[in-house]
Design a protein around this ligand. Structure first.
Ligand SMILES: Cc1cc2nc3c(=O)[nH]c(=O)nc-3n(C[C@H](O)[C@H](O)[C@H](O)COP(=O)(O)OP(=O)(O)OC[C@H]3O[C@@H](n4cnc5c(N)ncnc54)[C@H](O)[C@@H]3O)c2cc1C
Length: 533
């Protein structure tokens, strides 16, 4: 077996992992190994935003996971894509740039996590960001992550915004500005019509550094410990068993599914579970894999009365040529957007102090997110509850590191989640039926007019709901007995090991999770370097 020693080893080159690898190797003082299970990010479908539909079911760029049978979802097993290449899920995601609400992070701090209040995390969002609109008190312009506006205004999206205004929902030109509430266009992690993944942002400029070593197609199978210290990793690369040693720290950034899986494979987890699978217990930590939270999306689809949707563009050769030229000369249009152009944040529960639902608007429709568009003009209003109360878990099935873990999100288990999703769905239909949309929106394709009562809406959510791809919380940060890492992201009771990715969020943020995961990578790197003196 080959064995090499590094100061730091980062496991997983996703949203957080790429930021970590860049920042830890930046001063040239430390040797860093970044190790990624998937291939390099060479596929053009990664870089062209419309490639979302291709990578959604890609066999090598996507882990292509499924949940267990979900009792709250008509006993269905839901498809769970996760990115598996340089850039991780930021290489296959829907490109929407959202940070969440200040109250989300203030809540983390109130739970006892010093240094994670909004005022503390904002500088890391800004450090990461190169916003096309320039810098102000909430935005950065000099960071590696390029943020752009949706280049062109779409007739349907403009009408949707007018429809929202007719329901007293204010137009919002910046969901990451002073207030999240309102309706408008999203900003995207793109630059000149191409995806800006975490790998594009953070690895491209760092790849030539002599002290940064990147290995792809290498799946870490477990961590190694000696005399209580974390000493290295074992991984599979080109059919060979390999090892790498660490002199300072290992940082797990394998995401909300694989970071807890790797901990359990390495003997860190609930001792009963590990023993029952024949895994020697290194440290009893019962919270590993617990506290799973995810955003559930339920999509309403409408027929559109004019042939102005992306379904129409993609259907004909003329349409394809037109959007190809639009991308080539203006770097805008459907090829540059991916899937959703705009959104809405509002409150549907009387007790909510801040928005509790988010809508995603796509001028495209398909039976499943990312699947082949319908052969008619269509659009989608996707509704998701921002702060679900249901909790699930992810645990290993066996000691075989190549067997996917069992994912049990327990969607729609909690009664608050029922009320919120029903309220959101009813608002979506109300929006579609406004006067402002009467000239463009036609029949409701799904769910259809038969659905009227609250119970029927809930039944629809159970029958058709799907992940909107934001699992978090499985290596929760905190001090209670369910927490896995402390506020400096050190694994409780395991010296030399941290976790820094979406899994450390104690509660799900109110929005999409790529920017928050990158922020976590940025902040973790600074804490690690500070602790190194
Ligand atoms: C289809 C899809 C659409 C999404 N759309 C959006 C969106 O529009 N906006 C948004 O903000 N968020 C979106 N998200 C969510 C967002 O991208 C993720 O929350 C975020 O990327 C998570 O970052 P992470 O660093 O925690 O994990 P990831 O980015 O998933 O990175 C984990 C990395 O670790 C690697 N890895 C795992 N196990 C091992 C191992 N054993 N050995 C070596 N490497 C390993 C993985 O291959 C992966 O590269 C979407 C996600 C998906 C999947």
């Amino acid at each position: 077996m080959n064995r090499t020693t590094f100061d730091y080893i980062v496991v997983g080159a996703g949203s957080a992992g790429c930021a970590l690898a860049n920042r830890l190797s930046e001063n040239g003082r430390y040797t860093v190994l970044l190790i990624e299970a998937g291939p390099p990010d060479r596929s053009p479908w990664i870089h062209l935003p419309i490639g979302y539909g291709k990578t959604m079911f890609h066999r090598t760029l996507n882990w292509g996971l499924h949940t267990e049978t979900e009792p709250g979802m008509d006993n269905r097993q839901l498809y769970w894509p996760r990115g598996r290449c340089l850039g991780g899920s930021s290489s296959i995601n829907g490109l929407i740039y959202i940070r969440g609400q200040a109250a989300d992070y203030d809540h983390w701090a109130a739970l006892g996590n010093d240094g994670w209040a909004w005022k503390d995390v904002l500088p890391y969002f800004m450090r990461a960001e190169a916003n096309i609109r320039g810098a102000n008190s909430l935005h950065g312009a000099d960071g590696p992550l390029r943020i752009s506006d949706v280049g062109s205004r779409h007739e349907l999206m403009e009408a949707i915004i007018a429809a929202g205004e007719s329901l007293s929902i204010p137009r919002n030109d910046d969901f990451n500005g002073p207030s999240q509430e309102g309706i408008g266009y999203f900003q995207l992690t793109t630059h000149r019509g191409l995806r800006c993944s975490s790998a594009t942002a953070y690895l491209k400029p760092a790849r030539r550094r002599k002290n940064l070593h990147i290995i792809t197609n290498a799946q870490v199978t477990r961590l190694e410990f000696s005399q209580g210290q974390t000493t290295g990793i074992r991984y599979r690369h080109l059919g060979q068993e390999c090892r790498a040693s660490v002199s300072r720290e290992i940082i797990l950034a394998a995401g909300a599914v694989h970071s807890p899986h790797l901990l359990e494979l390495s003997g860190v987890g609930h001792s009963d579970r590990l023993r029952s699978l024949g895994i020697p217990v290194h440290h009893h930590l019962p919270g590993v894999g617990e506290n799973l939270q995810d955003h559930l999306q339920v999509r309403l689809m409408y027929k559109v009365k004019k042939p102005i949707t992306t379904n129409d563009d993609l259907r004909s050769l003329f349409g394809q040529a037109r959007i190809g030229l639009q991308w080539l000369f203006k770097r805008s249009g459907p090829l540059a957007i991916g899937i959703n152009q705009g959104g809405l944040f509002t409150r549907v529960l009387p007790e909510s102090k801040t928005p509790d639902v988010q809508f995603h608007f796509g001028t495209i429709s398909a039976d499943q997110a990312g699947a082949k568009p319908h052969p008619w003009s269509g659009c989608t209003f996707s509704v998701c509850q921002l702060r679900p109360q249901s909790r699930g878990h992810i645990h290993l099935r066996s000691s075989n590191p190549l067997q996917a873990p069992a994912i049990q999100p327990n969607y729609l288990e909690d009664e608050t989640d029922h009320r919120t999703i029903v309220g959101g769905l009813k608002l979506a239909r109300k929006l579609a039926r406004t006067e402002a949309l009467s000239l463009l929106i036609g029949d409701e394709y799904r769910p259809g007019q038969d659905i009227e009562t609250d119970d029927e809406w809930l039944g629809f959510a159970r029958q058709y709901g799907a992940t909107i791809f934001h699992p978090v919380g499985t290596c929760k940060m905190g001090q209670d007995k369910e927490s896995v890492v402390d506020h400096r992201l050190r694994v409780h009771g395991v010296p030399g090991l941290r976790v820094a990715d979406a899994s450390i969020m104690p509660t799900l943020v109110s929005g999409n999770t790529n920017a928050p995961a990158i922020m976590i990578g940025e902040k973790a790197a600074e804490m690690i370097l500070a602790d190194a003196g």
